[in-house]
Ligand binder design. Structure first.
Ligand SMILES: [Fe+2]
Length: 284
């Protein structure tokens, strides 16, 4: 029936928005913005109608949650970095039908999940930043999935990802792209030192780990990566517990996945954290 046309792990650093504005940081994230433009271009070429985002800025304490409101509109200021993103206007169509299909399939597979379409839930910036660069013309419907899963197991998030794929391919009538929106290592600069780390990773240990991980992704060494993911998350301060990455890999087949990622925006440091835009080939 439906098609999963594109999958990617993406950055959403708020300095992308600063990069647009006049000031000392103008143009600093052009590579990341160009990467998002490229992913958006490919979604258009593939006939994508909906983009699903695993958003690590949406924290949940219990169950898996899908924001599939019919329409999103607002003026967003980040409560976490209010000096980076303030008064960001947004408007995107939603896709309640796809959101409910994902929840139904996940629940049927034993992963307790809820879809919210009759809701005043807004979007978080793990979704809003990429949509700004990929979807400014509102071409794509948007579904946002909570990816900061505080008390959940990474293995269960992989099964949730599997359910997303099954919902798309066996029940949905359309073409979908899925984005895991989160960083690699995620340790912010200590207070008062943020300017020093604007374009740096917090510690060489974290950068070495991240670069080795990207090598593994490019080589398609998924069995090794999935085995180390829980400890990588623990030792490298995974953003949102790296549940976005677990969902993405579960969706693509877990340890049986053989894809070799295509890096669209090379690894870079941002406020201490490790970032990338990379396309994960969808197995046919
Ligand atoms: Fe983030």
């Amino acid at each position: 029936m439906g098609k999963l046309a594109l999958a990617a792990k993406i950055t959403h650093v708020p300095s992308m928005y600063l990069s647009e504005l006049d000031g000392p940081h103008k143009g600093c994230r052009q590579a990341a913005i160009a990467g998002h433009h490229e992913i958006g271009r490919r979604c258009r070429a593939l006939g994508v109608d909906t983009i699903v985002v695993f958003d690590v800025h949406w924290l949940v304490n219990s169950e898996y949650h899908i924001n599939c409101g019919p329409h999103f509109q607002g003026l967003y200021t980040s409560n976490e970095l209010p000096h980076f993103i303030k008064n960001l206007p947004y408007e995107y169509p939603g896709n309640p039908a796809l959101g409910h299909l994902i929840a139904e399939v996940a629940n049927a597979s034993g992963v307790k999940s809820r879809a919210h379409s009759d809701t005043s839930l807004g979007l978080e910036y793990g979704t809003l930043v990429p949509m700004r660069y990929m979807n400014s013309d509102q071409q794509f419907k948007v579904v946002s999935v909570a990816g900061w899963c505080v008390w959940h197991q990474l293995e269960e998030s992989m099964r949730f990802g599997q359910a997303v794929r099954e919902a798309i391919e066996e029940h949905y009538d359309g073409t979908v792209a899925v984005l895991a929106s989160g960083s690699l290592s995620h340790h912010f600069a200590d207070n008062g030192t943020a300017p020093d780390y604007m374009h740096k990773v917090y510690n060489p240990f974290l950068e070495e780990m991240d670069r080795r991980v990207v090598d593994m992704w490019e080589q398609g060494d998924w069995a090794s990566f999935i085995e180390m993911l829980p400890m990588y998350n623990e030792k490298c301060w995974g953003e949102g517990g790296m549940h976005d990455t677990a969902m993405l890999l579960g969706m693509l087949g877990g340890v049986t996945y053989q894809g070799k990622v295509e890096v669209v925006t090379p690894y870079f440091g941002s406020s201490g954290t490790g970032q990338i835009n990379a396309i994960f080939p969808v197995p046919t």
